[in-house]
Design a protein around this ligand. Structure first.
Ligand SMILES: [Zn+2]
Length: 464
């Protein structure tokens, strides 16, 4: 059977089963599996059971595994020929809250197709993108009675609450979950028609700075001019965090920043980036930051140090002539490989000791930290992804990154030692986490076909 015939028979199968597939997806989307809301606990459990049955219908053996939080659903098919790789598909069946409900044009948990888009909470993040993997598996099993590779599907119900119990689950089941690669569809393409491999994620280090001065709030008429004002001291400290070129001025901050491959930077430079659109979206006239880097490089591959909140003095209506006893700031740094959050905390503290003006005491609390990630994909995996999207989108995936964090990816690599391929079928602007979340019907359909071809392409390769 030629490759083209294989692709045509898959396409024909998806077409013939299109209506049923949509009905099933809508059933899944109707379950309000909001993991953050305690009163939705039963719905989250119902979604897990629904998924278990959906996996079984497809031809996987499947079970719901309870955790200390919401359950994990695990599906497996292990009948591939000897030497074939094992692919672990990860996704999440929990969703963000739908509130504010009155901003939805159709009810969040009553899926509706308008203008070629499926509107529902979870349509793209991540039920729709998880479900398309199941249907790709179903198509291959239906057409051939077997899969080209062994498959494990791991679906969690706590992604939107921080995947609190996932790392423990993976560690406990590491033997069973052993695989040659992890494939995740929980991200977006670069633009319509431009599939993308999410190749880097930034980590984070979160802090709170407290600047303490007098033992209590003082009258600014009686003490002002002689006592150091903690709010002013905090402002001076914050002003030392960057130089005039937008570079972070904490000594040593960039010491471990790993260079990006020249090839990646070249490919990022070729992406059609809409500078005016980016500024319009942000609502600013001019951009800042490190000018020697492009905007995409600034948000994807460079670390940051941002003030997220400032607290101090009188903030009520009118004025109050107070010299505050304390001022504080909440700060997060986005980190890139190989920066270590704990080391960044130490460098930050050492910097504060140098720049704190006399007359106040400074304390830095280190709240949270997770490292950044960059894909290091072996050729057998990367090549298969390229060949798959060439068939379905007529082009190879772009190299993209996300300035945010996705700790599960580092967990998979750390605990299973498997490379992670992040190939998403969402689009920027589809309101994940916001009212009127949507997924393009066309991308859902191309996604099913892409994943089916990807699994097929992985059959030939025996990973080292
Ligand atoms: Zn997601």
């Amino acid at each position: 059977v030629s490759e083209t015939q294989t692709h045509q028979s898959l396409e024909a199968w998806f077409r013939a089963h299109g209506a049923r597939i949509r009905d099933e997806l809508f059933e899944f989307l109707r379950i309000p599996s909001v993991s953050t809301q305690p009163d939705r606990r039963g719905d989250v459990a119902r979604a897990a059971e629904w998924l278990e049955q959906a996996m079984q219908r497809v031809g996987l053996s499947a079970e719901v595994h309870p955790t200390a939080g919401h359950p994990v659903v695990l599906g497996e098919w292990r009948g591939a020929p000897p030497g074939a790789p094992t692919i672990l598909v990860y996704g999440h069946y929990d969703v963000q809250p739908a509130e504010p409900l009155d901003l939805w044009h159709s009810p969040a948990f009553e899926p509706e197709v308008r203008d070629g888009r499926i509107y529902a909470r979870g349509a793209t993040d991540d039920k729709g993108q998880l479900f398309l993997h199941l249907k790709a598996i179903e198509a291959l099993l239906a057409l051939r009675g077997a899969l080209p590779v062994n498959v494990i599907v791991l679906a969690e119900g706590e992604e939107e609450t921080g995947s609190d119990h996932l790392a423990d689950f993976i560690a406990a089941q590491a033997e069973r979950l052993r695989c040659d690669a992890v494939v995740i569809s929980d991200s977006t393409m670069f633009a319509p028609g431009m599939p993308a491999l999410l190749s880097a994620l930034r980590g984070i280090a979160g802090f709170e700075i407290f600047v303490d001065g007098p033992s209590g709030d003082l009258h600014s008429g009686t003490y002002g001019g002689a006592v150091v004002n903690p709010a002013m001291a905090l402002a001076r400290i914050l002003a030392t965090l960057h130089d005039e070129n937008g570079r972070i001025a904490i000594p040593g901050f960039y010491d471990r920043v790993r260079e990006w491959p020249a090839e990646w930077r070249r490919r990022i430079a070729e992406l059609p980036f809409d500078d005016a659109g980016f500024r319009a979206e942000a609502g600013v006239r001019e951009l800042g930051g490190e000018r020697e880097f492009s905007v995409l490089e600034r948000v994807w591959m460079r670390p940051t140090c941002e003030v997220n909140g400032l607290i101090g003095g009188y903030t009520g209506e009118g004025s109050k002539t107070v010299l505050p006893a304390r001022a504080s700031a909440k700060i997060t740094c986005r980190l890139v490989p190989d920066q270590d959050p704990g080391e960044i905390a130490r460098l930050f503290r050492a910097h504060l000791e140098r720049v704190t003006p006399p007359g106040v005491q400074v304390r830095l609390d280190y709240r949270q930290g997770s490292p950044g990630w960059r894909a290091d994909l072996p050729e057998w995996l990367l090549g298969a992804a390229r060949r798959a999207t060439r068939v379905t989108f007529g082009r190879e995936p772009s190299i993209v990154a996300d300035g945010g964090s996705l700790p599960v990816v580092t967990d998979f690599e750390r605990l299973l030692g498997a490379p992670t391929l992040l190939l998403g079928f969402g689009l920027p602007g589809e309101n994940a986490h916001a009212p009127n979340e949507w997924l393009l019907v066309d991308n859902f359909e191309r996604g099913m076909l892409t994943i089916a071809i990807l699994l097929d392409e992985l059959r030939e390769v025996t990973p080292a």
